[in-house]
Write a protein of this length. Structure first.
Length: 702
């Protein structure tokens, strides 16, 4: 995707661009125009909610624009951050079926707005007709005179620097000449064109002539709003760790100091967000035992999600983890390594939470007066009380919960993983996220809502930065391709940022239980390359923890949710080295830091999936092709049929693919190439496409 030329100039009224009046955001009532503007994207819910973008991203804007007759149109996007009054202008290009598009560089965090402007381009129409008649060998002397008149009219509005260019153009048109005549001087330099034909066709000259009044019948779309987050909202690499299991000593509860001791390990693997489950005091009443047993034994630590005890609630720290000073040192030590600390935001309470006695009105009660525990029938969670967001005192409750978020932001937390947001009102989240964004736009919220698609999408629309997905259960090639098309190739892509997790502390799929090392490797590569953001639950993942609590269960045996574990990070079976290698590839290749260019390629074997991503800038293209064996037990081979356009490879041009996992290079020619992948070795290729052939082995990988 090439960056569009930004043209800074005058507004339609001839004012300086920075002084463009706010009224130009929309068409004025009672006016009519020949151009029609429809289906502007990105647009969420008809413009009721903002689309998402990020700093450093190229926002692609498209619209259907057309008019009666055969006149040429001039279309442009006008864009500005809300905090600025100055508009930038980006000419749009005409594609198929009257679909116009351009890309807008996003350079500032916060809310932005854009609109599409279209006019009947009198000068552009004249250029089109002139060149068509010239190419047909017709006499164009009258056409040149008409053009000279247009330029002369424009000169009356031109500034001194523009006058020199336009006077040179008028002089060329006033004397009989061929459109292909060579030019130089100020006109050639200003348009960067060697001939009159190319100068007349330059977007810069057309934009100037539009500004100087040679266009007419203006149409302007409604203003569309976009929110730009920091880059980590779009591209992030999450590592989940239970701090109480960070101790290297069996029998000792982990501390924040132990987590600090693990930061270099996390950084070496290339993770930039360290997610900690709840770090608050844990309730004692109805505490869960090991493996989720209803009754606990002495010494059982309970579930961190049963928040609150005599030591405090959501604004307190479990005393065995350390103090606020210790937590502050952890946040700073992580930041020194480029890592954000993410906290779990679970808005629920144990029976021992101070809110239960101080604000019983914030909870739902049974007819006998007792507080109702959390339920997902037939399951009951006796150690957790849900909050009643519709209680008579809901305003005080909502304000308290906002205070919890702001409290942790004040302690250096910039990322929150939100537990089960779909069980709380949408209106609450839209309010809370809006309040936080107003003063802290850099804060990231990850929605952990494994629920129906429309609910997950609504949470993304109302402000959640990223979202858990169904990737965990999408295993076949058809399922993966269909799901990724839904996430990246439909309107959902304008607001839903996926975050892929192969496993979580709650989810150990049968594939991961039975697939062995091959399953962990291939699912990791899929998560890390299909999605710009992904995460793993460690150290369980890199140590390939795969035993379920019982047959048919997706719960881990000896689940870390209910007991303190000790992990041997030096275990020779660890995948930490492979994980670090893939994360380095992600950070070195911009193609893997976006989702918009994802393209699947046909393979004649249903057990092999192939796809590519590309990131294009004026400086060049970064193109990655990923091939993964979905059979975790057997070697698979097949022929890939590549879409060469997606790889920026011209037909008939040899090219080299560099396997970034093995450092091998292969010379390919054409779309059809052979691959073979053995899960006992490495079940995937991550190829960088090198357009210039060099020394390489012929053919596909062995």
């Amino acid at each position: 995707m090439a960056t569009s030329q930004t043209v800074l100039g005058r507004g339609a009224s001839g004012e300086a661009e920075g002084g463009q009046p706010e009224a130009s955001d929309r068409a004025r009532p009672g006016e009519w125009a020949r151009p029609v503007i429809e289906h502007v994207t990105p647009r969420v819910d008809g413009g009721l909610r903002p689309a998402k973008t990020s700093v450093g991203e190229l926002l692609r804007v498209e619209a259907d624009v057309f008019a009666d007759g055969h006149d040429e149109l001039w279309c442009e996007v006008r864009h500005r951050p809300d905090r600025s009054r100055a508009w930038t202008r980006h000419p749009m290009r005409l594609g198929l079926n009257d679909r116009w598009s351009c890309v807008v560089p996003i350079e500032a965090e916060g809310p932005h707005r854009f609109l599409v402007r279209a006019l009947v381009d009198v000068f552009g129409t004249w250029v089109h007709d002139l060149l068509a008649r010239s190419d047909a060998g017709l006499d164009v002397r009258v056409d040149l005179e008409v053009g000279a008149v247009l330029v002369t009219r424009a000169l009356a509005q031109a500034k001194s620097t523009e006058r020199v260019v336009l006077e040179a153009l008028r002089d060329h048109l006033a004397s009989p000449c061929d459109p292909d005549v060579a030019i130089g001087g100020e006109l050639g330099r200003w348009t960067n064109a060697p001939s009159l034909r190319q100068a007349l066709s330059s977007a810069r000259l057309r934009a100037l002539m539009v500004d100087l009044g040679t266009a007419r019948s203006e149409a302007v779309s409604e203003t569309v709003h976009v929110v730009a987050d920091r880059p980590k909202a779009r591209f992030s690499t999450w590592y989940e760790m239970f701090p109480r299991s960070a101790s290297p000593e069996p029998g000792r509860h982990g501390t924040f100091d132990d987590v600090i001791g693990r930061l270099d390990y996390v950084a070496r693997m290339g993770f930039d967000i360290l997610y900690l489950p709840p770090i608050h005091p844990i309730g004692r009443t109805a505490r869960k035992g090991r493996n989720g047993a209803v009754h606990s034994e002495p010494g059982d630590p309970g579930s961190p999600w049963a928040i609150g005890g005599p030591e405090g609630g959501h604004c307190a720290i479990h005393p065995e983890l350390g103090t606020f000073d210790d937590f502050g040192r952890l946040v700073r030590a992580a930041a020194d390594r480029g890592i954000d600390v993410a906290l779990d935001l679970a808005f629920q309470a144990s029976p021992d939470h101070p809110w239960v006695t101080e604000h019983p009105e914030w909870f739902a009660h049974r007819p006998d007066g007792s507080i109702k525990c959390a339920e997902n029938p037939p399951k009951r969670y006796e150690d957790i009380f849900p909050l009643d967001f519709e209680s008579t005192e809901w305003r005080a409750l909502w304000s308290e919960l906002l205070g919890v978020v702001l409290f942790w932001i004040d302690h250096g937390v910039t990322v929150f993983r939100v537990d089960n947001p779909h069980t709380k009102p949408f209106a609450f989240w839209e309010w809370l996220l809006g309040e936080v964004r107003r003063t802290h736009p850099h804060v990231i919220f990850l929605s952990e809502a494994f629920t129906r698609p429309r609910i997950m999408e609504e949470l993304a629309k109302i402000g959640f930065t990223q979202s858990y997905t169904y990737f965990t259960w999408r295993t076949t090639k058809w399922e993966l391709e269909t799901y990724m098309h839904e996430l990246t190739g439909t309107d959902v892509a304008a607001y839903f940022r996926p975050n892929f997790w192969p496993t979580t502390p709650d989810i150990l799929t049968s594939e991961m239980q039975e697939g062995g090392r091959g399953a962990f490797l291939s699912r990791f590569v899929l998560a890390a390359t299909l999605s710009a953001s992904y995460g793993i639950y460690g150290p369980a993942f890199e140590l390939q923890e795969h035993v379920a609590r019982e047959l048919g269960s997706e719960e881990f045996q000896a689940s870390e949710k209910y007991e303190v574990r000790v992990w041997d990070l030096e275990d020779p079976r660890s995948l930490s080295g492979f994980i670090g290698q893939v994360n380095r590839i992600r950070h070195e290749h911009a193609a893997l830091q976006f989702n918009d260019s994802l393209c699947f390629h046909a393979v004649d074997n249903e057990q092999i999936i192939a796809y590519s991503k590309a990131h294009r800038t004026p400086a060049g293209s970064d193109v990655i092709v990923v091939v993964v064996n979905l059979d975790h037990h057997n070697a698979q081979s097949g022929w890939i049929s590549l879409d060469l356009d997606a790889l920026d490879v011209a037909p008939g041009t040899p090219y080299v693919v560099h396997d970034l996992l093995t450092d091998a290079r292969y010379s390919w020619d054409g779309p059809h190439n052979f691959v073979k992948l053995d899960p006992a070795v490495v079940p995937a290729h991550i190829f960088s496409v090198e357009s210039t052939p060099g020394p390489a082995d012929r053919g596909g990988p062995p």
